[in-house]
Write a protein that binds this ligand. Structure first.
Ligand code: CAP
Ligand code: MG
Length: 426
C-alpha cells in the first residue's frame, strides 16, 4: 500500500479556493510554545478531518484528497476548507464533532476559537430553518413594525403555578406582548408544568379579551428530548402558540428533534450556558451558535443587549443581529466575504434580555433597530408600583421612541415611565 504523508502534515494548500460544497471555518489560533501558526493550523485541519498524530498504513490517496485544507493564514486567523463529503447533511452533532470537536483539546494549541462558519447550500438546505421567522411572528401578533415587549416571570423559581399565572396576567394587562418562563423553570414540585400551562394560558386569553391585543406565553419545555416533545404537545393541546427551550443544555440533537416534530409553534431559543465557551478567545463564538440555531430552525434567539447585565459588546451583538436577520453579510475580520449566506432561510427574531429596564429602550433601538424583542424581568417586576405598572412603563418607553420623543419628555405625561426612570435612570 503506497504510504502517504499523514500525521499532521499535508493539510495546507495556501491560496486554494474553497468549493461551493465545502464547509469553511474561520479559527482564531494561538499555538502552544514551540509550535508555529502553520503547524498548529495543520494539526487543526488534520485532527478535525481525516488525520491523526502519526502516519497510518491505512491512509490512501483517495482519503487524503478528502482532507480539510488550510487555505489562508493571516496572523492568528486561520481559514480551513472542509470537503462537504466529510459531513452528514442534517446531522448537526456530527458536523460539530468534526469542526468543533477534539481540536479544542490538542496540546499543540494553547487557545482556539471557532469564530465563523460558511455553510454550503446543501448543508443549509438539509436543516428545516425557522418555521415562522420575524415576519411570521409579526403576522401572528399583528404587530407589523415596533419592537416586541416581553417579560420573564420573576422570581425565576419559587412561585406557585397560581402566583405565576397571576403575575403573567398583570404583565400582559400592563402592555407586554410576551411573557416567558425563566430558563431554569420546568416542572418543579412548587410549580407543576401542566398546572402552570393550563392556568397561564387562561390568563393569556383573559388579557387578550381585555386589551384587544394578541398575547404570547412562552412555556419552558426544556427536558429530556422525549419529555420535551410531550410537554410541547401538551402546550399545543392547551392552545399555546409558543414554546421556549434552552438550546445549549438540551443539545443540538434535542433541538433538532423538537424542530423536526414540526408542531406549528414558535420556538424561542434561550442560550443559558453559552458563555461557558463563547466568551474570550477559546471556544466557539456566539455567532456560530446563532448560525446553528437558525439552521436548525428556532424563530427567536437571545443575542445580548450591550447595555444590560450580561457580557457581549456592541460589535458582537450587532453582528449577531445582522447574522440572524440579514441574508447578505459584509466582509469583517475573521469572517467570510459572502454575498449570500442563508439561501432564503427565514430571519430569526433577535431577543435582547438581561438587566434591561425602560430607560434602555432608546439606546437599544438606536443600536439594533426595531426588529428586536426587548425582554425585561427585573426591569418590569421591580417597578415601584408593581408588574402591571412596569409593563406599562416598558411599552411607554417603546411608544416614546417610535414617536421620536425623548423619554424624559414623554414621562412628563406618563407616570409609570416617570417612576421607572426615577428608579433606574436612562
Ligand atoms: C433576564 C433573564 C435572562 C437573561 C439571559 C435572567 O432577567 O431572564 O435569562 O437575560 O441572558 O434570568 O437573567 P432580567 P442572555 O431581565 O431580570 O435580567 O439574554 O444574555 O442570554
Ligand atoms: Mg432568565
Amino acid at each position: 500500500m503506497a504510504r502517504f504523508r499523514s500525521g499532521y502534515s499535508g493539510f495546507t494548500d495556501l491560496g486554494c479556493r474553497p468549493t461551493g460544497k465545502d464547509i469553511v471555518c474561520s479559527f482564531y489560533v494561538k499555538p502552544s510554545k514551540g509550535i508555529s501558526i502553520r503547524g498548529a493550523a495543520e494539526r487543526i485541519a488534520g485532527e478535525s478531518s481525516v488525520g491523526t498524530w502519526t502516519e497510518v498504513g491505512t491512509m490512501n490517496k483517495g482519503i487524503h484528497e478528502k482532507a480539510a485544507r488550510v487555505f489562508e493564514i493571516k496572523g492568528n486567523w486561520v481559514k480551513v476548507a472542509y470537503p462537504g463529503v466529510l459531513f452528514e447533511p442534517g446531522n448537526m452533532p456530527q458536523i460539530m464533532s468534526s469542526i468543533a470537536g477534539n481540536i479544542f483539546g490538542m496540546k499543540d494549541v494553547e487557545k482556539l476559537r471557532l469564530h465563523d462558519v460558511k455553510w454550503p447550500k446543501h448543508i443549509v438546505k438539509s436543516f428545516r430553518g425557522p418555521r415562522f421567522g420575524v415576519q411570521g411572528i409579526r403576522k401572528m401578533l399583528k404587530v407589523p413594525k415596533r419592537p416586541l415587549v416581553g417579560t420573564i416571570i420573576k422570581p425565576k423559581l419559587g412561585l406557585s403555578h397560581r402566583e405565576h399565572a397571576k403575575v403573567a396576567y398583570e404583565a400582559w394587562a400592563g402592555g407586554c406582548d410576551i411573557v416567558k418562563d425563566d430558563e431554569n423553570l420546568s416542572n418543579q414540585s412548587f410549580n407543576r408544568f401542566n398546572d402552570r400551562i393550563r392556568l397561564t394560558l387562561k390568563m393569556r386569553d383573559k388579557a387578550e379579551k381585555e386589551t384587544g391585543e394578541k398575547k404570547i406565553y412562552m412555556p419552558n419545555v426544556t427536558a429530556e428530548t422525549n419529555e420535551m416533545l410531550k410537554r410541547a404537545r401538551f402546550v399545543k393541546a392547551q392552545g399555546g402558540r409558543y414554546i421556549m427551550v434552552d438550546i445549549l443544555t438540551c443539545g443540538w440533537s434535542g433541538l433538532q428533534t423538537l424542530r423536526d416534530a414540526d408542531l406549528g409553534m414558535v420556538m424561542h431559543a434561550h442560550r443559558a450556558g453559552h458563555a461557558a465557551f463563547t466568551r474570550g478567545m477559546h471556544g466557539i463564538s456566539m455567532l456560530v451558535v446563532a448560525d446553528i440555531a437558525r439552521l436548525i430552525g428556532v424563530d427567536q434567539l437571545h443575542v445580548g443587549t450591550v447595555v444590560g447585565k450580561m457580557e457581549g459588546g456592541k460589535e458582537e451583538v450587532m453582528d449577531l443581529v445582522e447574522e440572524m436577520e440579514k441574508d447578505f453579510i459584509p466582509d469583517k475580520p475573521g469572517r467570510h466575504k459572502l454575498s449570500e449566506r442563508w439561501h432564503g432561510v427565514k430571519p430569526v427574531f433577535a431577543v435582547c434580555s438581561g438587566g434591561l429596564h425602560p430607560g434602555h429602550v432608546p439606546k437599544l433601538v438606536r443600536m439594533l433597530g426595531k426588529d428586536i424583542i426587548i425582554q425585561m424581568g427585573g426591569g418590569i417586576h421591580g417597578h415601584p408600583d408593581g408588574t402591571r405598572a412596569g409593563a406599562t412603563a416598558a411599552r411607554q418607553a417603546v411608544d416614546a421612541v417610535l414617536r421620536g420623543q425623548k423619554l424624559k419628555a414623554y414621562a412628563k405625561r406618563h407616570s409609570e415611565l416617570a417612576k421607572a426612570i426615577r428608579t433606574w435612570g436612562i
